[in-house]
Ligand binder design. Structure first.
Ligand SMILES: [Zn+2]
Ligand SMILES: [Zn+2]
Length: 299
């Protein structure tokens, strides 16, 4: 059975990815518009009927804002989240009544307790972030283990031990510490970002323990628009990658363009690049946001 993984978009402006087998598709976060999520699926010849659920990592809008419209398009789509995230989704009912149903129907998981959504086995892990009950995921299907960890100020021992031997890792490289320090953001916000997101150097340190012989692909995501760039991320990872003569591929997730599709046939890995995607080992500059949008305060 072929397993496909794709990051539809990643960054402080919106996040979504999917894992798809022949007839089952799991969406991880819905922080992009319905149009972007649905278009990415259809572009990859994935039927909307195959969508068996959405995992929501936490209730910040860059991870869930597409849910109301997505739920209008794919009816009765099961949503899975922690208890705290469920409360957060329900809270948005004051902005749009559709959140009431989403919050109510959300199925909850507890950290450290694996659960299944059809063929997918999911282990939710608590992250260190500035919202209630945020989660990372370790997802297994057909001997393929995929670890997704973003929006965390710290990688814990539990993360490392649960996520080892992953075939594919999506990890946050949120900000360059010097770029954050020299940005015009207020001090309180800089401190908050440092406590709740991983700096490039911190994520890079994680590779030394998390990446092993099983690793086939690493996705570097959730780049800040103002305090990071693919250039900075590239220079951090390139050094570690070449020093270790690594056999895995790495990709920098873009904020506004869907990334490469990674296809697992057993343990064989093939990448299909999006024709307009230059994210793999990219060295181009990301466009920087001119100002901090209000939303950025809640990410
Ligand atoms: Zn986020
Ligand atoms: Zn967040």
């Amino acid at each position: 059975m072929t397993i496909r993984f794709r990051v539809i978009g990643s960054g402080s402006n919106g996040n979504a990815a999917y894992i798809s087998s022949s007839d089952e598709t799991l969406i991880i976060d819905a922080g992009l518009s319905r149009k972007r999520i649905v278009n990415a699926l259809l572009e990859d010849q994935i039927s909307l009927d195959s969508v068996i659920g959405v995992l929501v990592s936490h209730s910040h809008t860059d991870h869930c804002r597409g849910l109301p419209v997505l739920c209008d398009t794919i009816r009765d789509i099961p949503i899975f989240s922690s208890e705290g995230t469920k409360e957060g989704l329900y809270f948005y009912k004051k902005y749009d009544p559709r959140w009431k149903d989403i919050g109510r129907s959300c199925q909850t998981f507890s950290f450290g307790n694996p659960f299944s959504v059809r063929s997918f086995n999911i282990l939710p892990l608590r992250t260190v972030h500035d919202t209630k009950d945020p989660s990372a995921f370790q997802i297994s299907i057909n001997d393929i283990k995929i670890s997704i960890i973003t929006d965390t100020g710290k990688i814990t021992k539990e993360h490392l031990s649960s996520m080892n031997e992953s075939s594919l890792i999506l990890i946050e490289m949120n900000h360059d510490i010097e770029a954050l320090k020299s940005s015009k953001r207020p001090i309180w916000l800089k401190k908050r970002i440092q406590a709740s997101h991983l700096a490039n150097s911190e994520s890079s340190d994680v590779f030394k323990t998390l990446i092993d012989g099983s690793t086939k692909a690493v996705f570097l995501g959730h780049l800040s628009g103002e305090c990071n760039s693919p250039n900075l991320v590239g220079s951090e990872i390139r050094r570690w990658h070449s020093e270790n003569q690594s056999s895995w591929d790495w990709y920098i997730c873009k904020r506004d363009i869907s990334g490469a599709v990674v296809r697992f046939d057993g343990q064989n890995v093939k990448t299909e690049m999006n024709p307009i995607d230059l994210t793999k080992k990219s060295s181009s500059n990301v466009s920087s946001d001119k100002k901090i949008k209000l939303d950025e305060f809640f990410k």
